[in-house]
Design a protein around this ligand. Structure first.
Ligand code: 26Q
Length: 810
């Protein structure tokens, strides 16, 4: 039998054994599940074998701890990585289905907010592809990031029930459950064997591991994504039940299991909520306990832990894993404080993802102590010893020491805990690493310069090129072979062809086809008709003031005004596509979404502009929508205020797919600029030095710019003059006010007015270039050909060289 026939047989068998169906009677969803189960079978053998070999070869393993993993769909990605896509597509075709239709049956695993969660997912793909032993550790949220709809021009959130009646890729193992303890009191008792810590009156929650294999490309070492699910100690409290208090008898179960119920939708913003702290302790405690148990079972002695285990924590969310490891080593393994601290410091490393003060995690001491009394004491001791050390080093320098202290003003500062204890601390782009050293952690950098480094983020070019853009992938294969899928360095060989007119024509035809694919998708999903002849200018990312979706909107209003002035000029048609979720509690962000939709209603319906410009808000941006949207983009909007976007990773995905960046010198945009050269990117706006200077001298006066710039004034006036079609006469005066008249030195915090004119100029340059078709295509191709270094394979190689020292499986 050939491969396709074998696959068809396997699918039929799964349909029968799991659903009692045949190909004729099964639903598309059942066919999807049957395919997934077949592929899972193929993976599991290899996965088990690899995990055994990690032990027999005595290999070190990375534990990548993260509160978020934004995985998206797995089916086709796994097929590509296992070279099964063509065979499955053929098998499904014989059955009368298309792979596209079957693929759509899978829900996205959307267990993350944005960049940080997607980075974790890309890293697992690269770790597996490079055969490095790795486990991602997180929470199995029953509900992922909310689903977004736009109703009456506004964001409406809906629950994301991604698991439905079961997630086919996971394997749950209740036998491996771990007990996690909250609350209670701590008693210290000196006995003949030394100090004993007794934890009383706590309540326990069980953590059940659910393991998901992450298959790499042509790899023998699938990574494991271990997500913990909360389970109550008992389903029913019979004490209450027997007294007839039925509701109360079930309450405790509800309260325990709420821990892994839902992902918090705040991105780059922290709001000390107790349940969130519970989530963090829940998954970090379960992870640390199981790591230590595993290590002892394999190697017998906890002292050798740093030889076999390295932990990377994805921002501070998993930081309580640090004191948790101290707790297990001291209280349970009975090591001394010094030994425990040495092991812990060797094992942990910390990645910072944000410099915005509102995103730095802090917890009120009181709340923390009540929920985690033992962990609180350990942090107190870590801090006491740390401050003593600082005091010896910097006698009398109170200010410095209080800035560096882990506990101050009744708060626990998780970032300081991480920097004080961890072996390495890294930023996520060159600029960001520099800001960490010179600003956010300046005192720490002076004290421990050897801890700090920068590793620029990356994206897996398997998902973001091979999966998302099969047409472009095939074209590249035709010219340089398929080696680039495993080795990102080979992508640069494409540079040889950026002057080849046949190549450029094919390249351009593929962009056109991808625009068409997006247009069909949007028509089907939202009933929107895209102008496929217009330039596709895309801004897709979380909605945040610092990302400046508002700058784009103000520019569109400006263009609208200009078209009304000269309707007969030869305008280049432009479709402005936005995709963004706003945190449900972030009022201003939701208001900006309402504004985008109001501007869309205005320009799309005005007979003078509707054939020239179009504004479309794409609902429910997530991994799967990104896979369709990004390959269709021609201009990539990366317009954050300089110094605010730690790195950005969407910028890399667009570049890889041949979109040209229109952006500020911020985050990894700077490195994109270096990679493509000044003629292949459109840069505008204040530099970080300009901003630092304005901040230092408090010299930024948005009002003065407003006075001087008439077209800016005219664009902004549209927010309040009744032009915009809004329901209940809700204009946008809040937004208008916040740019101009708020507290004298708080208005326009993100320098929107400052950057407005240079943004317009850069945009006009881009449009002018677009009209020189050959030049544009060449620039686009140069962007794709230069994107290799933004593969997460490169990032992972750097992490491994400078931090982890893992050996690949043989
Ligand atoms: C923390 C505590 C309480 C509530 C929420 C949070 C929280 C949640 C998510 C804080 C931050 C985040 C997410 C941050 C994030 O995604 N940062 C992005 O990380 C990317 C990967 O490094 C970078 O490319 C982006 O520049 C950065 O914004």
């Amino acid at each position: 039998m050939n491969k396709v026939e074998i696959i068809k047989n396997n699918i039929s068998r799964k349909l029968k054994s799991n659903f009692g169906k045949t190909v004729k009677t099964a639903t598309s969803e059942q066919i999807y599940k049957a395919c997934a189960l077949c592929i899972r079978d193929d993976i599991v053998d290899e996965w088990m074998e690899a995990n055994t070999k990690v032990k027999t070869q005595g290999l070190k393993r990375l534990y990548y701890m993260s509160a978020e993993f934004l995985m998206g769909r797995a089916l086709v990605n796994n097929m590509i990585n296992m070279h099964l896509k063509e065979d499955y597509a053929a098998a499904l075709k014989d059955f009368g289905f298309t792979l596209e239709n079957i693929e759509e049956q899978e829900s996205d695993a959307g267990l993350g907010n944005g960049g940080l969660g997607r980075l974790a997912a890309c890293f697992l793909d690269s770790l597996a592809t490079l055969d490095l032993p790795a486990t991602g550790c997180g929470i199995r949220y029953e509900y992922g990031l909310f689903k977004q709809r736009i109703l009456d021009g506004e964001q409406v959130e809906m629950e994301d029930d991604w698991i439905g009646d079961g997630y086919v890729w996971e394997i749950q193992d209740p036998e491996e459950q771990v007990e996690v303890r909250f609350g209670g009191d701590i008693e210290e008792k000196w006995e003949e064997n030394g100090l004993n810590i007794i934890h009383k009156n706590y309540y326990k929650v069980f953590a059940i591991p659910c393991d998901i294999p992450v298959v790499g490309y042509e790899s023998k070492m699938p990574a494991t994504l271990r997500l913990w699910s909360a389970r109550a100690e008992k389903n029913l409290d019979l004490n209450y039940f027997n007294r007839g208090e039925y509701i109360r008898s079930m309450q405790e179960k509800e309260l325990s299991e709420v821990i892994s119920k839902v992902l918090y939708p705040e991105d780059n913003h922290e709001q000390g909520r107790q349940l969130r702290l519970k989530q963090f302790y829940f998954f970090t405690s379960a992870t640390i306990q199981s790591i230590i148990k595993q290590h002892k079972a394999t190697y017998g002695d906890v002292h050798t832990l740093p030889d076999y285990v390295v932990i990377q924590i994805n921002d501070t969310h998993p930081a309580i894993a640090i004191p948790e490891m101290m707790r297990v080593l001291i209280d349970e393994e009975r090591l001394s404080w010094e030994e425990s601290y040495e092991i812990t410091s060797k094992v942990f490393n910390y990645t910072n993802h944000t410099i915005m003060s509102e995103a730095l995690e802090r917890w009120p001491e009181q709340m923390f102590e009540k929920l985690l009394p033992r962990i609180y004491r350990i942090i107190k001791t870590i801090n006491g010893r740390f401050c003593d050390m600082l005091w010896n080093k910097y006698p009398g320098e109170w200010d410095k020491i209080s800035r560096m202290s882990i506990i101050a003003y009744d708060e626990i500062r998780m970032a300081n805990l991480c920097v004080a204890v961890c072996n390495k601390v890294n930023g996520v782009s060159m600029l960001h690493a520099d800001i960490l050293k010179t600003k956010v952690f300046r005192d720490f950098y002076v004290t421990f310069p050897q801890k700090f480094l920068g590793i620029t983020n990356g994206i897996t070019h398997r998902r973001w090129l091979a999966k998302a853009n099969p047409l472009l992938t095939d074209l590249i294969k035709d010219y340089i072979g398929d080696g680039f899928i495993k080795d990102y360095r080979e992508l640069s060989r494409l540079k040889e062809y950026v002057d080849d007119s046949r190549f450029l024509e094919e390249f351009a035809a593929i962009k056109k086809a991808n625009k068409k694919r997006l247009a069909e998708y949007l028509y089907k999903k939202q009933g929107v008709v895209l102008n496929e002849n217009a330039i596709f200018d895309v801004q897709a990312k979380r909605l945040h003031e610092y990302k400046r979706q508002l700058l784009k909107v103000v520019q569109i209003l400006h263009i609208y005004n200009k078209i009304l002035e000269k309707p007969d000029k030869n305008w280049t048609p432009c479709s402005f596509l936005f995709a963004a979720k706003a945190s449900p509690g972030y009022t201003k962000a939701k208001n900006i979404i309402r504004l985008i939709n109001a501007v869309a209603a205005l320009v799309n319906n005005d007979p003078k502009t509707k054939d020239i410009i179009q504004v479309v808000f794409i609902e429910n941006y997530g991994v799967s929508t990104a896979e369709i949207l990004i390959p269709a983009a021609e201009i990539s909007e990366q317009i954050s205020t300089a110094g605010r976007e730690a790195s950005g990773t969407g910028n890399m995905k667009f570049m890889l797919n041949g979109a040209i960046t229109l952006g500020t010198m911020d985050g990894a945009n700077i490195e994109i600029y270096d990679a493509v050269g000044p003629n292949n990117i459109f840069i505008f706006g204040a530099s970080i030095d300009d901003i630092n200077c304005m901040e230092k001298f408090n010299s930024y006066k948005p009002g003065e710019i407003f006075e001087k710039n008439e077209s800016l004034r005219n664009a902004l006036t549209r927010l309040i003059d009744g032009t915009l079609p809004v329901s209940h006469d809700r204009q946008f005066s809040d937004i208008y006010q916040s740019l101009l008249f708020e507290d004298y030195d708080k208005s326009d915090k993100y320098y929107l007015l400052y950057d407005f004119s240079s943004y317009n100029e850069a945009f006009s340059n881009a449009i002018e270039k677009y009209n020189q078709k050959d030049e544009w295509n060449k620039i686009a191709a140069i962007n794709t050909a230069s994107a290799g270094i933004f593969s997460s394979d490169r990032s992972i190689e750097e992490y491994n060289k400078f931090i982890w020292n893992l050996r690949p499986l043989k």
